[in-house]
Design a protein around this ligand. Sequence first.
Ligand SMILES: Nc1ncnc2c1ncn2[C@@H]1O[C@H](COP(=O)(O)OP(=O)(O)OP(=O)(O)O)[C@@H](O)[C@H]1O
Ligand SMILES: [Mg+2]
Length: 242
Amino acid sequence: MDAIKNRPARVKSGISGFDELVDGGFHHGTVNTLTGPSGTGKTVFASQFIYHGTKLGEKCMIITPSESSDQLKREMNASFGWDFFRLEQEAMLSIVDVTDPVLRLQKSIDVDPVEFLINFRKLVERKLQELKPARLFIDDLMAFFMAIEEPFKIRSLADDLFGIIRSSNTTAVITLGTAFGLNQILEYGADSATVLNRERIGNVLIRSIYIMKMRGSKISNSIRLLDISDDGLFVSSLSPYP
Ligand SMILES: Nc1ncnc2c1ncn2[C@@H]1O[C@H](COP(=O)(O)OP(=O)(O)OP(=O)(O)O)[C@@H](O)[C@H]1O
Ligand SMILES: [Mg+2]
């Protein structure tokens, strides 16, 4: 009984209906992936996780490898009124744009992908030490790994990166596009994996969500409807199928 009472508090996602599926939220200090095809809500989910953290007074960090950070800030402001521009000014949020030339990490076909990922890991490590965010969101990490062909290299580079994150006292949400099954290699290395999808019911397309795994936690086995409104993303208590 005491052991249950002494369980560490979970990190609340800020997504209505999600925490119930994973017995209360994410474990602190873990790496949590969100996988799904384009437009299923990965970036919105992770941005909402970050926005919620700032509302709780937590310092947060976003790393955007593929989209420019300005685009992300504009989209979240236009869609939901989440003002990442102001949060950045107030130093509640740091956004690291990896396409920023001053970081010398520009994606280029001339750069060896393994070398690029090693530099990326160093950058993440340096930024985590410098800023000590409570929450971290890395958008579209798959974009970096896609150029690496050998699965064992992907696994080993992902393990290195995830290890750095776990030892940094931050809770991370990482979005992954579904790329030729390579996302599975990263999901193996993560502490939890959530899958977002699009389903067709009759003539209607709906979004869905399920938890693939969460180490050290009970999880719901049901697929749920996922909806996006002006208030952000929420998980319904309903399933797409009867
Ligand atoms: N206020 C809103 N109400 C309803 N839907 C919205 C609203 N704002 C944005 N959306 C929808 O949310 C979706 C954006 O999802 P998101 O960018 O998170 O997808 P993603 O999974 O990250 O895709 P990608 O892999 O292409 O980056 C868009 O399809 C958009 O139509
Ligand atoms: Mg996205």
